[in-house]
Design a protein around this ligand. Structure first.
Ligand code: SAH
Ligand code: MG
Length: 217
């Protein structure tokens, strides 16, 4: 069997066993495609991984950086109790609008707040406002700013909370002289003494990527 087909077999097995999409998730992807959003959402199995992680710490408050059409936010918000809240930050008003519609259709609009604007501004505002701490932060916006997001989001995360970062196995990790994409974030998180971290490979529709999971200690 070719490597590609073998990989596809593993991917489908996991997805069909534990990460099947329902109508709301399928619709969120379809609407995003119709509205010409780039297809750069997490895969179904990574969405399920996010949800399982949020459940495992009984998360009540979740912060997402990078909403797109709301696909990952739907997976995450489904881990919340009815009184829980997910705040998601998005710079593109069109993306935010598509996401809001997807949240209504998923029956989650009471639990999700979309804040439009540069994520760093929103993070600084939340710190200044002394917003209640979050149990989980998921970083998935512009890759060049991940280190800034780490610094701005860490004070907003409770001790014992999870800091998750998507796209942390870029091709650049195969080349020692390439320090692009999320490599500076990986190095910063690994070197941060208030975090203990691992990178988990995740299935994409094509090939692999990574989710960095850090616990704030
Ligand atoms: N988490 C989503 C995918 C996010 S894609 C999912 O898996 O479903 C990255 C998103 O980050 C895009 O929608 C992009 O518009 C947004 N983004 C890029 N730069 C940003 C910034 N400076 N502040 C906030 N959002 C930003
Ligand atoms: Mg991503």
């Amino acid at each position: 069997m070719s490597k590609d087909r073998e990989f596809e077999g593993y991917r489908r097995y996991v997805e069909e066993l534990v990460a099947l999409e329902d109508d709301a998730l399928r619709e969120a992807r379809a609407t995003s495609k119709r509205e010409k959003l780039p297809p750069i959402n997490v895969s179904a199995s990574e969405g399920k991984l996010l949800q399982v992680l949020a459940r495992s710490i009984n998360a009540q408050r979740i912060l997402e950086i990078g909403t797109l059409g709301g696909y990952s936010a739907i997976w995450l918000a489904r881990a919340l109790p009815p009184a829980g809240q997910l705040v998601t930050l998005e710079i593109n008003p069109h993306h935010a609008e598509v996401a809001r519609r997807n949240f209504v259709r998923a029956g989650l609009s009471d639990r999700i707040e979309v804040r439009v604007g540069p994520a760093l501004d929103s993070l600084h505002r939340m710190s200044a406002e002394r917003a209640p701490l979050f149990d989980l932060v998921f970083i998935d916006a512009d890759k060049e700013a991940y280190v800034n997001y780490l610094e701005a989001a860490l004070p907003l995360l409770r001790r014992g909370g999870l800091l998750l970062a998507d796209n942390t196995l870029p091709e650049a990790v195969l080349n020692d002289s390439d320090n692009s994409r999320t490599k500076p974030y990986n190095a910063a998180a690994a070197a941060n003494s208030s975090l203990t971290s691992i990178i988990i490979p995740v299935f994409r529709d094509r090939g692999l990527d990574g989710l960095m999971i850090s616990v704030k200690i």
